[in-house]
Design a protein around this ligand. Sequence first.
Ligand SMILES: O=C(O)c1[nH]c2ccc(F)cc2c1NC(=O)[C@H]1C[C@@H]1c1ccccc1
Length: 232
Amino acid sequence: ILGGREAEPHLRPYMASIQVDGRHLCGGFLLNEWWVMSAAHCVEEMSPGATVQVLLGAHSLSQPETSKHLYEVRNLFPHPDSNHDNIHHDILLIQLAEKATLSSAVQPLPYQRGARDIAGGTLCSVAGWGITSHAGRKPDRLQQVELPIMDRTVCNQRIYYDNDITDKMICAESRKKDACRGDSGGPLVCNGVAEGIVTSGSRVCGNWKKPGIYTKIASYVDWIDSVLASAS
Ligand SMILES: O=C(O)c1[nH]c2ccc(F)cc2c1NC(=O)[C@H]1C[C@@H]1c1ccccc1
């Protein structure tokens, strides 16, 4: 997170740290006791022997906290049309190997199911353990920042993304305040509801000419429902 500040500990009890071999890789968020949502790119380049785990209930990545619990993963469901050449369909469902124990520090976050676009200018927030400086400083404790939504028509102008933003994506302003590497997979939260997922392509951060791009969750409701219904 660039231009943000330390979050209030455990006030975002849906936040997950997706970890590989014990190291933070990407953000994510809890949908219910069995499922976490993140970004597909985060796990596509994993070596076969790598171990993916999901840390819930955390504020600090390193310090012991009674609310923290590291969960094993039963299965990963990247969207079938996601691929590492582009950021289309950059959405991942993670099935935990055991039911998450809910608490004041571990709670699911509702996600938007209605297709209507969120209005430009709406103030939303994003949180994560991603880098907090262009030098690549990695925070130990959860950071957050408020970002206004940018209307897709504006975002598709030539000075920004020149028609690369599809109706399955959301843009947010990126002037100084922005999500960045390591925040990918985390939720864009507007009025208490997850509207988007920080996409995980290697994108410049904090440059107003390159707004943040988020996967529009409402565009994937049918796929989400089918995966959650199918898996054991
Ligand atoms: O955050 C991303 O956009 C992104 N996209 C990816 C694709 C493949 C992939 F193997 C990883 C990523 C990845 N995350 C990262 O590089 C994380 C590892 C770096 C990091 C940043 C801050 C704090 C701790 C660790």
